[in-house]
Write a protein that binds this ligand. Structure first.
Ligand code: CA
Length: 223
């Protein structure tokens, strides 16, 4: 797998590169936010390890810009010890997981494996529904061939709807897919995510089936 490691502190960066490469991956490295943003935008990675405190451009801004540009590779952020605010901001910006410093390299590798495994489970091909297509390997959505900027939650939602297009999915099912670890998940927030996603897709793509849930249909097609 191809992994991007973004860390400005030279000793830690060297340890990270060594550990990730030692686990059999190809590693690219960036030491500041501008370089990191550039690499993540123009090259394809299977996962990114992203420190948040970076020179030139902070990690949160890097992540937000990637997500806004439709770059949906899994991102594991490294946060300062004890800063829950950073974790929350990071998850909101589209991080898939976080690890607080200092951490054991074994834990970082385990979390990276979990991210890659989750990604691998969906690594089939390209899914299509009318004008919408989803490149599951690169985790990118397109409408009429144009990249569709989605947050990571919106992307997960669209993935499930596309995987099971035509089927009615309940809010609970969608919530379980979006927050697999969260026992406090709230299916009402799904309505918000569906609303946002709907605005980005061709009109009529997501149907509300009253009392049951939502389904994805080819926009303009008779059902
Ligand atoms: Ca740093």
């Amino acid at each position: 797998m191809r992994i991007l490691v973004v860390e400005d502190q030279p000793t830690l960066a060297a340890q990270l590169v060594q550990a990730v490469a030692g686990a059999g991956h190809t590693v690219e490295q960036a030491g500041d936010g501008v370089q990191a943003h550039y690499l993540g935008e123009v090259e394809d990675f299977d996962a990114v390890v992203l420190d948040l405190g970076l020179p030139l451009l902070d990690g949160l801004s890097v992540l937000r810009r990637w997500r806004a540009a439709g770059r949906n590779m899994p991102v594991l952020i490294l946060t300062a010890r004890g800063s829950w605010q950073e974790k929350v901001a990071g998850m909101d910006a589209g991080a898939d997981d976080y690890l607080a410093k200092p951490f054991h390299m074994e834990e970082l590798l385990a979390r990276l494996r979990a991210l890659l495994r989750r990604r691998g489970e969906h690594a089939s091909a390209e899914w299509r529904c009318g004008a919408i297509s989803l490149d599951t390997r690169q985790a990118r959505a397109l409408v009429d061939g144009q990249p569709l900027p989605l947050t990571s939650h919106e992307f997960k939602l669209l993935s499930l709807l596309m995987q099971r297009k035509g089927e009615v999915l309940s809010r609970t099912e969608l919530a379980e897919h979006i927050y697999p670890q969260d026992s406090e998940r709230d299916s009402n927030t799904i309505e918000v995510f569906v609303g946002r996603l709907r605005k980005k897709l061709p009109g009529g793509s997501i149907e509300t089936v009253r009392g049951l849930g939502y389904r994805l249909v080819e926009a303009g097609a008779a059902v």
